[in-house]
Design a protein around this ligand. Structure first.
Ligand code: ATP
Ligand code: MG
Length: 357
């Protein structure tokens, strides 16, 4: 039987709890589906590792995970380690060298979950946000001089390349084409940012010629926040820069009911390197160790991982089980207004998988 080798990196805070839940669910799913199984290798990298070793992961860390079929990632961040160290030292230290340039974030209102938008019900909000994940505002280009003095200067340079923009827009058009509505919205800020953002608009128009079957339009990011809240049904696939999509996808997660249910996939489409699957949320130290973290975002990203591995029927089976569980308010964790524990939700999803025909 084919084993998928998965590098599990639970990381910090509730990352530990949700990845444990995700592994239990994936093992139950493989048992139910037959035909494949998982071999998880666990890597204890993160803030505790940093406190012991001065780095977030070992120097040969990438070599240890580069031949795995996928990476299943929890969260990083701790109250007593600066955020730029945890982020750049682990998450981006994997995303960037593995060229996971497409960050894919589906958003839907799952059964039983209410949107804070009173006028919006399930079928009206069904999006997938594609975030450029390798350059742009988070390219790490910039610097500080005269630190601490009155004449201090600091810059963050947003760096966009024609090849980088073309490949993410092409990826987004392909994804839009694969969805029933075949609709793409390209988000920029090309009125105020008159160099790279204008290039985005130009490249979008060029790439669009190869996709005559996809309906597409352009939006400025500020107007986009309004459209997401006022006319969610007018959107389907969305592509935006690293920074813009970071912000829009937190908004999207909140509109779908909770950050705790939102998934994300960091994809290397060419499959030269493993792709990485994680919930959108962070380490959430305010609730860590209490056993109440919502594991649904992790289960949903496990579906993304299964699809990436070519196990679409198993992905569908897992999503059905998750939706059966979210439909029951008694199985909502506190972030959704309920009292259920991580364990109770996990057990219920496993039971739903076992009972699924
Ligand atoms: P990061 O900097 O890593 O993005 P953050 O400080 O922005 O982290 P998150 O961990 O993303 O914070 O979460 C913000 C808040 O949302 C948390 O404090 C927590 O209360 C809530 N939250 C996030 N994820 C979950 C979850 N899975 N289940 C329940 N509540 C959650
Ligand atoms: Mg955050």
């Amino acid at each position: 039987m084919k084993p998928y080798r998965i590098a599990a990196i639970p990381g910090d805070g509730i990352g530990q709890e949700v990845i444990a839940a995700g592994i239990a669910v994936l093992d139950a799913l493989a048992e139910r589906a037959g035909g494949f199984r998982f071999a998880f290798d666990r890597f204890d990298w993160g803030s505790d590792y940093y406190k012991a070793h001065g780095v977030m992961m070992p120097a040969d860390g990438l070599a240890q995970i580069k031949d795995h079929d996928a990476i299943f990632f929890g969260a990083v961040g701790a109250p007593d380690v600066p955020d730029h160290i945890t982020l750049w030292g682990l998450r981006l230290a994997i995303c960037q060298p593995f060229d996971q340039y497409a960050n894919v974030r589906p958003t839907r209102i799952l059964p039983g979950i209410t949107s804070p938008l009173r006028h919006v019900t399930g079928p009206e909000l069904d999006w997938v946000i594609v975030r450029e994940n390798s350059e742009g505002e988070y390219a790490g280009v910039g610097g500080r001089v005269h630190q601490g003095h009155d004449n201090e200067v600091a810059t963050d340079v947003s760096m966009m390349t024609r090849s980088g923009v073309t490949r993410i827009i092409r990826y987004a058009f392909e994804l839009a084409r694969s969805r029933p509505r075949k609709r793409l919205t390209v988000v920029t800020k090309s009125n105020a940012q008159r160099h790279a953002m204008v290039m985005w608009d130009e490249i979008a128009a060029e790439v669009a010629r190869d996709f005559p079957d996809v309906t597409w339009d352009k939006m400025l990011v500020d107007a986009m926040t309004m459209r997401m809240t006022m006319k969610p049904q007018s959107l389907d696939t969305i592509v935006a820069t690293n920074l813009h999509a970071d912000i829009l996808s937190d908004l999207a997660a909140a509109l779908a009911g909770s950050l705790g249910i939102a998934p994300t996939a960091n994809i290397n489409p060419e499959r030269r390197f493993p792709s990485m699957f994680e919930p959108i949320h962070g380490s959430a130290f305010d609730i860590a160790g209490k056993g109440i973290a919502n594991p649904v975002g992790t289960f949903w990203t496990a579906c993304q991982m299964l699809e990436h591995l070519g196990e679409k029927p198993a992905a569908d089976r897992l999503m059905r089980a998750v939706e059966r569980v979210t439909a029951d308010p008694a199985l909502h964790t506190p972030d959704l207004g309920g009292t259920a524990t991580t364990q109770a939700v996990t057990d219920a999803v496993i039971a739903a998988i076992r009972g699924d025909n």
